[in-house]
Design a protein around this ligand. Structure first.
Ligand SMILES: *[C@@H]1O[C@H](CO)[C@@H](O)[C@H](O)[C@H]1NC(C)=O
Ligand SMILES: *[C@@H]1O[C@H](CO)[C@@H](O)[C@H](O)[C@H]1NC(C)=O
Length: 150
């Protein structure tokens, strides 16, 4: 009995060493297709632009003349917005949205839009530790917007 266990141990070691020598992948197995589910998420993004603790800070700016009508084109900002259950700044915090905004409008003839990359990470409840990513154009002057979510 002890002998058999010892042999099995040696074999496992050989398999592991074999994979380590071969390279960067192990076995290929068929993907498990899970049933699709839908979850509706409701929360408010506290995108605070000013004050003592702004949630958005400018990190780079294009070298364009300041009298240019699209002088803000190319401005890049880092964000760390609270995700809360309500509009009040004291309402329950459920996560944080972290990422980047770039101002992408080229002036009067172009829509007022920024392009954003943001990771919305949950820090509480059923989805604690999970996140989704918004990587999309965001036409900020429109009251209703559709953004690409991954
Ligand atoms: C913007 O400023 C530059 C340099 O200060 C000047 O040469 C140019 O004429 C100005 N353009 C406009 C549209 O005012
Ligand atoms: C959320 O997950 C983190 C990391 O696993 C854990 O430390 C934390 O206690 C969890 N918070 C809640 C409210 O479940």
């Amino acid at each position: 009995m002890e002998g058999k266990i010892f042999i099995a141990g040696v074999m496992i070691l050989c398999v592991v060493v074999g994979h380590a020598q071969e390279g960067y992948y192990s076995e290929t197995i068929p993907a498990v297709h899970m049933e699709e589910k839908m979850t509706k998420l409701h929360f408010f993004l506290h995108d605070i632009l000013s004050g003592q603790n702004p949630a958005v800070v400018q990190i780079a700016k294009a070298n364009l003349p300041q009298n240019n009508s699209f002088a803000s084109f190319g401005t890049l900002s880092a964000t760390n917005d609270a995700m809360r259950v309500g509009v009040e700044p004291t309402s329950k915090l459920i996560g944080r949205a972290k990422g980047l905004y770039v101002l992408a409008s080229q002036g009067q003839d172009d829509e007022m839009a920024l392009v954003m990359y943001m990771d919305f990470g949950f820090t509480t409840g059923k989805f604690n530790g999970s996140s989704f990513v918004v990587c999309s154009r965001n036409p900020v002057m429109e009251t209703q917007r559709e953004l690409a979510v991954f």
